[in-house]
Write a protein that binds this ligand. Structure first.
Ligand code: GDP
Length: 299
């Protein structure tokens, strides 16, 4: 059920969600209310462009609805946020290609390995055959951790210590094609000696994956930590430039995440948010639903 995690999402958002809510505890709809709201949105990592957009949209809605009480304004803000976030609500489609090749990137600590483990379970539960490719050959721990997730989900993994990451990715895609598997998930490095190294490696993996299968990669996902605020947006931009992102996974929304960053993404770099991470357990990967999220954010 979605119920349990929604509570965690709300408590995660409460830090600032609370302050968004307190904006509406007064009795008047005046400039002070809009100013307080602006501050609250910015503190929730919404960023300037999305905050400005939301405030303008809200003023329009308040006028149109002839709202007379702050509680109504609160509901209208939920509507405005839900509408802003709606384009991010997309389903990850697998089954069109055999295999669907999903490349997964993200800086160390973002929750990439955990998310791949959860995603593997999600796909395997749905009946898909999955092959993991440990193309983060730089970090031994990353390979080992991925192998644990493969074990737990009873799926195969291609992993070779010290190998060239793009060679591992190539082999995995070739194996996926030969066996007509449903999904090949390619894990990639989250840190190399320099940012330039990292982006070059990711670009190379992408290029080599396409050599193995002219239609691949079918998805290029970036895992971002929902706690990193505006920095998450900078990551989205940098990775998109290097490898052309097709979607996001936003993790740790159960923790102390501020959540507004999704509004910033919607306004400044809209990409599908295929999944959100709301805990450390296998089942704590959920599909993103704009309306639900907007309500949790402002609740
Ligand atoms: P990686 O370096 O990007 O591969 O990150 P990991 O997958 O190893 O995750 C880093 C830490 O974040 C681990 O302690 C995970 O258990 C934790 N983590 C990952 N996703 C979530 C999430 O959605 N919620 C919470 N609370 N913790 C998470």
């Amino acid at each position: 059920t979605r119920g349990g995690w929604l509570g965690r999402l709300k408590s995660g958002l409460r830090k600032t969600g609370g302050s968004i809510t307190t904006v509406f505890t007064g009795t008047r709809i005046d400039e002070a209310l809009y100013e307080e709201l602006e501050t609250a949105l910015l503190l929730a990592d919404t960023g300037v462009p999305a905050t400005e957009h939301l405030l303008a949209d809200l003023r329009r809605r308040v006028k149109e609805a002839k709202a007379s009480e702050p509680a109504q304004v609160k509901a209208l803000l939920q509507d405005a946020i839900a509408e802003l976030l709606a384009p991010l609500e997309k389903t990850l489609v697998v089954g069109v290609y055999h295999p669907t090749v999903i490349m997964v990137a993200g800086v160390n600590g973002a929750g990439k390995t955990t998310s791949i483990g959860k995603l593997t379970k999600h796909l395997a539960d749905a009946g898909a055959s999955v092959l993991l490719a440990a193309a983060d050959t730089f970090r031994a721990a990353a390979r080992e951790q991925l192998a644990v997730w493969a074990d737990r989900n009873r799926v195969e993994i291609i992993s070779q210590q010290g190998a060239d990451p793009s060679a591992v990715a190539f082999d995995a895609v070739a194996a996926g094609r030969a066996r007509r598997l449903d999904v090949v998930l390619v894990d990639t490095a989250g840190r190399l000696p320099t940012q330039k190294h990292l982006m070059e490696e990711l670009t190379k993996i992408r290029r080599v994956v396409t050599k193995a299968d002219i239609t691949a990669p079918h998805e290029v996902l970036l895992v971002i930590d929902g706690n990193t605020g505006q920095n998450a947006l900078a990551q989205v931009r940098a990775f998109d430039e290097a490898i052309g992102l097709t979607g996001l996974v936003v993790t740790k929304l159960d923790g102390t995440a501020k959540g507004g960053v999704l509004c910033a993404i919607a306004r400044e770099k809209p990409l599908p948010v295929y999944f959100i991470g709301v805990g450390e357990k296998l089942e704590d990967l959920q599909t993103f639903q704009a309306r639900e999220f907007a309500q949790a954010l402002v609740d």
